[in-house]
Write a protein that binds this ligand. Structure first.
Ligand SMILES: NC(=O)c1ccc[n+]([C@@H]2O[C@H](COP(=O)([O-])OP(=O)(O)OC[C@H]3O[C@@H](n4cnc5c(N)ncnc54)[C@H](O)[C@@H]3O)[C@@H](O)[C@H]2O)c1
Length: 378
């Protein structure tokens, strides 16, 4: 018997519109799901371009106004893959229309914005999730399993970095297509909400809540031409941010992110040091987890590099044969699969409520950078 369909309405056909469309197409091919995802409709403002996208990915219909998408009665799930300033209104309208909602990160531009989104999905009682996809890279999922199993023992240190170099030129404009991340009104913040939000989500998933933070930020290029107005305007985003944090479990952390680290394109690394063992992970080598266990026999003790591709590693039994790696895009496939599996059981995380906690931390980071004080993060 044919499975019941999960009819998806996608907002946005950019970078994330593509990863999500791919994820919904791939998930049922590799995972046993209770519902069959169907690419029912996609929405963006440019009709010609959204039609071309729909034809390429197999969407059944297009809309140019997200409100029309939300109102369609042949859609079960609204998936928001649009810039950050769109998340709030679309998510709330979708929840009020009784639709399930998946939303890209950061959930809100501020914690106040995302609080309203949490209230809306909880009032409507609709399944919801935020695409913090790095949790579902098998090596990161393995790190979680090792920590939950107590292999690291008491955690002392957490260290995360997310480094890029694409905004160093002073000639780069701000705002508009491809550059909305530099426009504070659209993005909400710079590297803090864009890149550190990922680091914070992973960190709180692996190591628990963050109690307080002390941060510094910098905007290296103070003015840029705005593509929509043609005028040179102040830059309101943080180009770089570094912060100290104390976790609820007493461990100490350092986080750093910048778009001014020449030579780095998307260097997300994390290291955790525990009483018995340490782990290290690097997005540029994403299928490996480095692991050091002090309990190993002394003469052969050392860092081992686990190639996380065996059948008993998280998610890997559903892919090829042991030893063959998967990549970035599959983290979205795993997230789509877990969301759909969670519809008939325990809801998959991170939910809107989880992502709201991340927004509270990023708010506290930005506040601390302004006040020069430690700020409570929860
Ligand atoms: N999970 C991740 O790793 C990850 C990576 C990149 C981006 N993101 C997040 O995904 C979201 C989108 O980022 P992106 O890189 O895909 O951006 P993008 O600029 O590549 O694409 C944005 C899309 O939104 C559409 N859009 C803009 N305004 C719209 C409107 N009013 N109505 C309908 N569609 C509209 C655009 O046409 C475009 O298709 C952001 O919130 C971003 O923070 C997450």
């Amino acid at each position: 018997m044919a499975k019941k369909q999960l009819r998806i309405g996608m907002v946005g056909y950019g970078f994330m519109g593509r990863t999500h469309s791919n994820a919904f197409l791939q998930a049922p091919k590799f995972f046993d799901l209770p519902y069959e995802p169907a690419l029912s409709a996609v929405c963006a403002r440019n009709k010609g371009r959204v039609e071309a996208f729909a034809a390429n990915w197999g969407y059944g219909a297009v809309e140019t106004d997200w409100r029309a998408l939300v109102e369609r009665d042949d859609i079960d799930l609204i998936d928001i893959a649009a810039p950050n300033d769109m998340h709030h209104d679309i998510a709330i309208a979708a929840a009020e229309a009784g639709k399930m909602v998946m939303c890209e990160k950061p959930l809100g531009r501020t914690a106040e914005e995302s609080a309203g989104m949490v209230a809306a999905v909880e009032k409507a009682g609709v399944p919801n999730m935020v695409w913090y996809n790095y949790r579902r890279i098998p090596a990161v999922s393995l790190a979680k399993a090792l920590i939950d199993d107590g292999q690291l023992g008491r955690i002392f240190h957490y260290r995360a970095k997310f480094l890029q170099d694409w905004t160093i030129s002073a000639d780069l404009p701000q705002g508009g297509e491809g550059l909305w991340r530099l426009d504070v009104d659209v993005a909400g913040s710079g590297v803090t909400g864009d890149l550190l939000a990922h680091c914070i989500d992973t960190a709180m998933w692996l190591n628990g809540g963050i109690e307080k933070v002390s941060a510094m930020t910098e905007t290296f290029i103070k003015e840029r031409e705005h593509t929509l107005t043609g005028k040179t305007q102040p830059v309101g985003i943080d180009d770089a941010c570094a912060f100290l944090a104390r976790f609820d479990n007493g461990s100490l952390a350092t986080f750093e992110s910048t778009r001014y680290a020449r030579g780095h394109k998307a260097l997300y690394t994390l290291e955790i040091n525990g009483e018995h063992a340490s782990i290290f992970w690097d997005l540029h080598d994403l299928h490996r987890l480095d692991y050091f266990d002090h309990r190993d026999e002394g003469t052969t003790r050392g860092w081992r590099s686990i190639h996380v591709t065996d059948g008993d590693h998280p998610y890997m039994g559903n892919w090829w044969v042991p030893g063959l790696a998967i990549g970035y895009d599959e983290s979205f496939v795993h997230q789509a699969a877990d969301f759909i599996r969670g519809l008939d059981g325990d809801a998959a995380a991170p939910t809107f409520a989880d992502a709201h906690r991340t927004d509270k931390v990023t708010d506290a980071v930005l506040k601390s950078a302004r006040t020069g004080q430690w700020e409570a993060a929860s």
